[in-house]
Design a protein around this ligand. Sequence first.
Ligand SMILES: [Zn+2]
Length: 141
Amino acid sequence: MIKYELKCDKCETTFDSWFPSSKEYERIKKLKLLCCQNCGSSDVKKSLMAPNLSKNKKNFVNKDNYKFYKIRKKIKDYQKFIKNNFKYVEKNFSHEARSLHYGKEKNIKGIYGKASLNEIKELNEEGINTELVPWINDKEN
Ligand SMILES: [Zn+2]
């Protein structure tokens, strides 16, 4: 939907009207179906005001994108930190976490990898602390 401010040439009343699109506005105007809400004249013109898009949809999208971008950046910074400071163990996470916890491997600071929720629950029950981290997989890495 697109909103235009229309102005009557005869009585100079201005009023807003919604159209499905700018093309549709032109079509309706050509057919002389536009008429003044005040005097009924068909000498109605679009005023010079810039058209407003319905509900500022465009702005909302941009705002959301920005928010998402910020969150994404935070997660990526976190990922970077983890990658630099922890050992990646892929799917062996619960095995490696146990090794670490029970002291079989002492040279690593920490590990990260993939684990199912059940595995994490089991680890927690054994007193092994884990932390869930939102993870973004992208092609750059
Ligand atoms: Zn009028």
